[in-house]
Design a protein around this ligand. Structure first.
Ligand code: AMP
Length: 503
């Protein structure tokens, strides 16, 4: 890049700085797939929170943090990496107190920043608070600009920090009233825990995009993103928070508030059921594993095919593949083996190996596949990269036919409420029909669950849901021309894979 601008372009240092800042913001913007946990009134609050986060690790692998409260003091530890890397015995010993909140944030292979790690802590004139947030706010940038215009100084690039600033500036009296005041200014998805010097507040946004569940352990109250966290610590599952519900827990007592206007519908994220939540979790509408299996059955009815075996793409396709096999009567075979120990980085050989990225994670079994017609089941196709590589590897391992079945409709629109997705243009199903996608992924046939079928199965969940990624119908309006706020993983993966290409 030339150091001096070409003569015909007058220098524009302000414009350049702005562009640089915008590029930096786009790259460093954190993704908001996260897990939250909170406990009130337990002698081992920090340790229990650590275990809760451990069970929620699938919701976020970039950073983890725990904040505890004792007397008027707060103790916090946050770090980059997995829960087990971030905490150890001495650190947990230092996190004193009977109340705690914890947070895990999703991995990015783009820019990772410790300052974006949560819980966010702030000293307000009402005392210290710590906030952990799961979800994505669709109006965060406009609220942030407004607050910066009034002198607020942000220390992170995280959307969630606007909640802390709004709370600090609120004129309401108690901290829970201030939080409610702050949350009534933001739009989008939030399942949130807030620790004060003597209490725990848990809030689910009025649409109910992200899950949040209440439990009890040895007389202490516990809140967590998913029930799998309560299972691990041996807590009872009391109930799921309703959309729009605020729980205030103080001195062992629990109070429910419903301060937000009720929207015309609920919008629980259907992708939590399809991909994101752990299959052993029960979300508000039921068990995730059972739901996925049901989708697999519907898929077999909608797109039957003559084949010798049904093979899941592990782990995301396993429950749906079982449902498909049961419904179709075609035997289920785990003909692709997954390496469960693939870390965030690995050392590649100097000479590039074809399809290294996919091979290090999945390897087909030649002896099982040789000469066979295979139904390969996964939960979604995003850019088509994984399935193109898998269908190629399966043919190389001897499969005669590879029929791809997807236990969800085509992913054609980005998520603005907290699931990581590439831009609309990068989604293979945006503007392409099934036949074109089939050709692009090298499959003999391709079938998706239809939106109608998804909706009829989801009606059994007995709550409204958001399926914007499949239907392009957004329950909370997004800013015109807006890009999804979470791009880092898919962007980084795309960059890593650019040179590999299929064979
Ligand atoms: P792609 O290779 O881009 O088509 O991505 C498809 C694979 O990514 C499938 O195996 C999905 O299970 C998985 N997947 C779908 N959505 C996400 C997400 N939001 N984050 C990470 N992986 C995802």
């Amino acid at each position: 890049m030339p150091l001096t601008p070409p003569r015909h372009a007058p220098p524009d240092p302000v414009g350049e700085l702005r562009a640089l800042a915008a590029r930096h913001a786009a790259v460093s913007r954190p993704r908001d797939e996260c897990g939250v946990f909170g406990i009130h009134g337990h002698s081992e609050a920090a340790r229990i929170t650590y275990l809760g986060l451990y069970a929620l690790q699938h919701r976020g692998q970039e950073s983890a943090g725990i904040c505890t409260a004792q007397g008027g003091e707060q103790f916090v530890h946050r770090g980059m990496g997995l829960v087990s890397d971030v905490f150890n015995e001495p650190i947990l010993d230092r996190l004193a107190g009977r109340h705690a909140v914890g947070h895990v944030r999703y991995s990015t292979t783009g820019e990772s920043l410790l300052r974006n790690a949560q819980p966010f802590c702030a000293n307000t004139d009402g005392g210290p608070v710590a906030i952990g947030h799961n979800g994505n706010l669709v109006n965060a940038s406009s609220v942030r600009r407004e607050l910066e215009g009034r002198g607020a100084i942000f220390s992170t690039t995280a959307d969630s920090e606007v909640i802390v600033h709004l709370l600090a500036r609120s004129r309401e009296t108690t901290l829970e009233e201030r939080l409610i005041d702050a949350l009534s200014r933001v739009k989008g998805a939030f399942s949130l825990v807030m620790l004060t010097h003597d209490g725990l507040v848990a809030v689910r946004d009025p649409y109910g995009f992200r899950p949040l569940v209440l439990g009890q352990l040895d007389g202490a109250w516990v809140v967590a993103s998913e029930t799998c966290a309560l299972d691990l610590i041996g807590a009872s599952v009391e109930r799921h928070l309703d959309p729009g519900e605020v729980l205030v827990i103080r001195r062992g007592r629990i109070r429910t508030l419903r301060p937000f206007p009720k929207p015309d519908r609920e919008a629980h994220c259907i992708f939590e059921y399809i991909y994101f939540a752990r299959p052993d979790s029960n979300l508000q509408g039921g068990n995730v594993y059972a739901y996925r299996k049901e989708l697999g059955r519907a898929l077999a009815r909608e797109h039957p095919v003559g084949a010798d075996m049904v093979v899941p793409l592990l782990d995301s396709g396993s429950a749906a593949a079982l449902g498909f096999a049961e419904e179709s009567g075609i035997p289920y075979e785990t003909a692709i083996i997954r390496n469960h120990f693939v870390g965030r980085t690995f050392i590649e050989p100097a000479q590039s190996i074809r399809n290294f990225g996919v091979k290090i994670k999945h390897n087909p079994i030649r002896g099982v596949l040789e000469g066979k017609r295979v139904v390969l089941v996964d939960d979604s196709i995003v850019r088509g990269t994984t399935l193109l590589k898998m269908s190629t590897l399966m043919r190389q391992a001897g499969a005669r036919e590879v029929h791809v079945r997807i236990s969800a409709p085509p992913t054609k629109a980005p998520c603005f409420y907290g699931i990581d997705m590439p831009t609309r243009g990068e989604l293979i199903a945006s503007g392409r029909g099934t036949e074109e996608i089939r050709e692009a992924i090298g499959a003999d046939s391709l079938g998706y669950v239809s939106v109608e079928s998804l909706r009829s199965i989801s009606a059994q969940l007995k709550h409204g849901h958001c399926d914007a990624c499949f239907s392009d119908e957004y329950p909370v309006p997004i800013q015109p021309g807006g890009e999804p706020p979470q791009l880092s993983l898919f962007r980084a993966v795309a960059e890593n894979e650019r040179d590999e290409g299929p064979e």
